[in-house]
Design a protein around this ligand. Sequence first.
Ligand code: GPK
Length: 829
Amino acid sequence: ASESATRATHALALAPVTAPASTVDGFVREFLQNLNFNRGVALSTSSATDRYFALAYTVRDYLMARWLEDLRRQREVQAKGVAYLSAEYLLGRQLDNNLLASGLTDIASEALASCGIDLDDLRQQEVEPGLGNGGLGRLAACFIDSLATLGVPNTGYGIRYEYGIFRQTFEDGQQVEQPDSWLAYGSPWEFPHPEAAQTISFGGHTETYDDGGVQRSRWVPGWNVQAVPYNYMVPGYQNGRVNTLRLWSAKATNSFDLRVFNSGDYEEAVRAQTFAENISKVLYPEDSTPQGKELRLQQQYFFVAASIKDFLDVTLPKDFDLTKLPDRIIFQLNDTHPVIAVPELMRVLVDEKKMEWEDAWAITQKCFAYTCHTLLPEALEVWSVDLLGHLLPRHLEIIYRINDDFLDAVRERFGDDEMRIRDMSIIGEHPVRSVRMAYLATVAGAKVNGVAELHSQLLREKVLPDFDEFFPGKFTNVTNGVTPRRFVRLANPELSALITDALGSGWVTDLERLRELETHAEDPEFRARFAEVKAANKRRLSAVLRERDGFEVSDGHMLDVMVKRLHEYKRQMLKILHVVTQYESVISGRVVAADLQPRTAIFGAKAAPGYAMAKNIIHLINAVGSVVNADTRLEGRLKVLFPPNYNVTLAERVIPAADLSEQISLAGKEASGTGNMKFALNGALTIGTDDGANVEIRELVGDENFFLFGMSEPEVEALWARGYKPAEFYQADDNLRRALDLIASGAFSRGDRSTFEPIVSNLLYDDRFMVLADYSSYIAEQVKVDAAYADQDAWNRSAILNVARTGFFSSDRSMRDYIDRIWHTPPSF
Ligand code: GPK
């Protein structure tokens, strides 16, 4: 009997994992099992958290068979895949996306209803993993969604920050940061594997040694930590595919424990443990302005070293021939944050695998590609040689060698042009000797791409022209995209239903099919239905903001939305100057309130905690909001709402409700923008400068469906060259003068003239981002917006055309471009 029992067990173990039955009954059974056996509670006594966890576990159970099967087939096929290296993944909530991907939304909803539970209540329980700052992190999340949907083998590698982007609150209108304890109740979506931890070393020194007559250098590290992988499912959209996101968490190693035994110093040992575990403790909240802190370099090396080890030692078969590495993997560098992976792969190949330098370098150059996400000089990371050499001495040697070889080649090509050599060196000398990570990435990468046409052009022509000349064909463009699953299908169910009604459901994975809506834009009945969808989305947003923040959204208002990180180059200042201008025109009696097109300006923005001017601007927006909203002379026709803690969850509510999308950066500063794409796809019209992907949006939707204003990038350059004096613009425009004077007068600061003085004097005497220069053109364009909005039917037609013509901005298309131009990784099976 026991023998047959064993045989039966074997048969079960060998059978493929099967998903629970895809029926309401099957779902109920699985859900209750999870509630009882994994949460340890009965339905009758369960909390909302228990139910949310049980639901999440249930969805996981349905996806599990596909995940395991995908992993098995990927091991079997060994097709070339993408290792996406990113310090940030701004995932947003997972439940709804995973329900959609597995096609279970309706079954789950019915199953829960039969247990007396409202699915919507459970959706609200999830704390979103905010493991990113803004556009760059959200882009990574869109990309992994698209890769799974396209069936391309991909592992996303990153850091499991214990605290993600801070939670923002306002006190007296000023930003206060609270820790984001997203893991307080744990996450049902993660699979920790402490047994698979990697040891990651730091510090120490290098030494030379004799390796059978060859002098080699090796690293003698000073300390190490454990990198524990946490796996997350990344399901494709209803295609039975599930990729993996692997985030690393730092844990103290035994060597720390050993120190306890040896020294008997308990406190010191605990300190050491805390020190090690600090590495993945918190996401750096700076967006586009890295601070050069040692802990940040520790984070960067920690996750890329673990990822490379993971790929080479765990994912690759044991006998893999490393000279074939470029046929098996491409490591995509999401900005400069993971660039230390370049010397790390060299170190592994040369020091550990004993490869010749030249062979290792040839492989390395084919295994990396680099995406640049910025043009701001302050955002291009540099690490001082002191700091890098102290933390990673062997890597610094390797970087020097890469640089020496590179500069030799430059000399050979361009002669002893010392100016050029200095400009192209990976090592900069001023203000301190440092490693220019963007240069290292450019030298090492098989390809370098910008994130929109204009950005890629400026990157080649202005930021890295010498490199473009030296490496012909290395530079390319891949315009960003956003996932239509999260940002249309899930965020805007009513618009999605309307589109599906008109076109069938294929558009969700083939977004260019939205083109077919163009003819529907000419149909008055369709326009009316579209208008009804927008109105419903506004009501939904209104309910969310009432519940969340106690705000009221007035009926009949144009919703004029600017949501993105607070940065001077993005020019939230320009938007608030428009509000102040409208306000001033009414209280001064030059305009009667009844003539205003009713508008609500909605802001959402976090400022880096150390970015004083950004915080001043947040304060000003809130201050203007409280005065304007309370002033009855406006007759309720002008409102400012600034819900705190803008995040992915709020974005999903705000964007579908918007009428007007504010994309008003100074031309040449916004690399791409991705919010701009989300708004257009949800039927908002854009007021924007000729910057980033706005350029491509305008080309696609047509000039007549886009509100363009402001200087072009060449005009910006020309004005700098002439000498920009913002005070001249202040003198020349009465509206601008009145708006700035009103702020300076203390009208928004209870009469205190000092509160916003730093903002006003910065604008008048510095104004790096030329707010004053673009002000008149912006105000004039806003007048056109008001006029256009007055004709609702024409506005709706334009809005539908925005939806119809922006299918290009699907991240599925971005992924195909990366595959064709950079990765050469076709769908595997
Ligand atoms: C660029 F350099 C950086 C950065 O540190 N963080 C970040 O979010 C953004 N970005 C750009 O500012 C956006 O224009 C772009 O759309 C986004 O990256 C994704 O490429």
